[in-house]
Design a protein around this ligand. Structure first.
Ligand code: GRF
Length: 190
């Protein structure tokens, strides 16, 4: 049985879906939520679901030798990290220690609309400005290069001329809800 740490920076709707999907079951369990923002809504969601969370400063999460984080993960027996709306770059020490054990969700069809600055509404705005006919979600493994790891799964949705970044975000969230927990489960049960 895998012990999951979910890393999140914001609202945490994906974190909540992952927790609800796994906790109480027998394939995996979310043991810890790691966050970089003291007032992020994900902390409230985790508390309501009885999952411990920790807020660490950006410097500690991104430095070359994130000792406190590594110790925390070890103490909680973490074997899989799920990034769910997590905005910081993962340090190499973690991508090495958790090789092929870090999964991210990106709210567009990588390799397009990925890389630095491409998060949240920025992504949806860029997709609409580029006149794309479709967007979607990409669930992928995380390696040392931003938005670059092996793609595990993609799902698409149409972009129509009347779409706004907000309406596109709603479509993307629906896809995330439908697929993210199931894809993580499939990956760990493979
Ligand atoms: C999601 O669209 C996720 O794909 C992206 O940021 C958004 C986070 O939403 N990386 P939430 O915090 O899970 O509600």
């Amino acid at each position: 049985m895998d012990n999951i740490a979910v890393f999140a920076s914001g609202s945490g709707s994906n974190a909540e879906n992952i927790i609800r999907h796994f906790n109480g079951g027998n394939t995996a369990s979310v043991k810890l939520v790691v966050c970089n923002k003291e007032n992020a809504q994900v902390l409230e969601r985790a508390a309501n679901l009885g999952v411990p969370s920790v807020v660490l400063p950006r410097e500690e999460l991104t430095c070359a030798d994130p000792q406190r984080l590594l110790t925390l993960l070890e103490e909680n027996g973490i074997s899989l990290i799920v990034l769910a709306g997590y905005l910081l770059k993962i340090p190499e020490a973690l991508t090495i220690r958790f090789k092929e054990r870090i999964i991210n969700i990106h709210p567009a069809l990588l390799p397009k609309f990925g890389g630095k600055g491409m998060y949240g509404m920025n992504v949806h705005r860029a997709v609409i400005e580029a006149g794309e006919a479709e967007s979607g979600i990409t669930i992928h493994l995380v390696d040392a290069v931003y938005d670059n790891g092996k793609i595990l799964f993609q799902a698409t949705c149409p972009v129509i001329p009347t779409d706004t970044p907000e309406s596109l975000a709603a479509k993307i969230h629906a896809l995330e809800k439908e697929h993210f927990p199931a894809v993580v489960e499939k990956y760990i049960s493979r």
